[in-house]
Design a protein around this ligand. Structure first.
Ligand code: ATP
Length: 315
């Protein structure tokens, strides 16, 4: 059974009268990718910096790899890797030189070739840092974080500002880290990132954790009803009553399906029998973004499209 890498109990941090972290509990297992999600000002950076030993807490218990980070022990610092939102590594050195330089600071660094491979910079080893793209520089930051072969890596918003292909590369890298058995604590604003990478995620709002669990079940996502939507042609006969159809004036029908397979079976059977075309048929589970927006109270103007696409894939 995997051990516990991070254990936090009733952690609080106040800045004067502002309670930025208002009593949170977090547990991260060894080898797990854990994501802390939340809107601006929710308390993510405060929490992460307390875990890294860079900020003092007001109260609560914090145990990271068996250490209290507040004590700032050297051993602790050598066992964790920190990748900040932007680190300025030396622009005139090559990729290999930068990683080699940082390996020199640790008693038992990870082999250079392995680090380069994990961050997928094999073709850029002799390139100067200043010539790398933003995404490549960010992966080099992670390489630096890996130099000392830490057991636990903190990644703070690792893909903010990336184009889609750079994000995919960064995701591949996080998967490589997981394959190596590293524990990863990731903060992000992106729901799809948490969905793709995290074994478990927690949503923090106003210094409190409002939902926690695997992305697929977060906030009761898995239990929420699936929505089946389609448009009926004007001449179509009445839908069977047991489907509880809710038909709008534009003949758009939305069914809330707690047993989507059965509902679809009944619906498509009825349509075939009556030769009715179900225009624009879509099946949608609430996306992680829907859940997030509901829990954080943010406006939901971008969520629908993703929900439909994702729901269609999921069924
Ligand atoms: P973002 O996504 O914008 O980085 P965050 O979730 O990381 O936000 P924090 O930076 O932890 O949020 O901030 C939480 C709250 O604490 C905010 O209201 C912030 O203004 C406040 N805060 C953070 N650092 C300090 C500080 N050093 N002194 C006073 N208030 C602070």
């Amino acid at each position: 059974m995997a051990g516990i890498a991070i254990e936090v109990e009733n952690l609080k941090k106040a800045y004067g009268s502002l309670e930025a972290v208002a009593g949170i509990d977090v547990q991260v297992k060894e080898g797990e990718v854990f994501s802390l999600l939340g809107p601006n000002g929710a308390g993510k950076t405060t929490t992460v910096e307390i875990l890294e030993g860079y900020r003092e807490r007001t109260s609560g218990e914090v145990n990271v790899l068996g250490y209290d980070p507040a004590r700032g022990e050297r051993d602790f610092k050598q066992r964790i890797g920190i990748v900040l939102q932007s680190t300025g590594v030396e622009p005139y050195l090559t990729v290999d030189e930068v990683v080699e330089l940082h390996r020199g600071y640790y008693p038992s660094p990870r082999p250079l070739d392995e680090i380069i491979e994990v961050v997928e910079l094999t073709t850029k080893r002799t390139s100067r840092v200043g010539k790398l793209s933003g995404g490549q520089q960010r992966r080099l930051d992670v390489a630096v974080g890996l130099a000392g072969d830490p057991e636990l890596l903190f990644l703070d918003e690792p893909t903010t500002g990336f184009d889609p292909s750079a994000r995919r590369n960064a995701w591949a890298m996080v998967k490589n880290l997981k394959a190596l058995g590293k524990t990863v604590f990731l903060t992000t604003h992106y729901m799809d990132e948490a969905q793709n990478l995290a074994d478990r995620a927690a949503i923090i709002v106003g210094g409190r954790i409002v939902a926690e669990g695997p992305p697929a079940t977060l906030g009761g996502r898995d239990e929420a009803a699936t929505k089946v939507t389609f448009r009926l042609p004007p001449e179509a006969p009445l839908l069977p009553e047991h489907l509880h159809p809710d038909v709008s004036s534009s003949r758009v029908v939305q069914l809330e399906a707690t047993e989507p397979m059965r509902t679809l079976h009944d619906l498509t059977g009825w349509a075939l029998e009556n030769n009715v075309e179900l225009e624009g048929l879509s099946v949608a589970r609430p996306s992680l973004e829907d859940v997030y927006l509901e829990l954080t109270g943010e406006p939901s103007d971008t969520a629908t499209g993703q929900a439909v696409a994702e729901g269609a894939k999921a069924t």
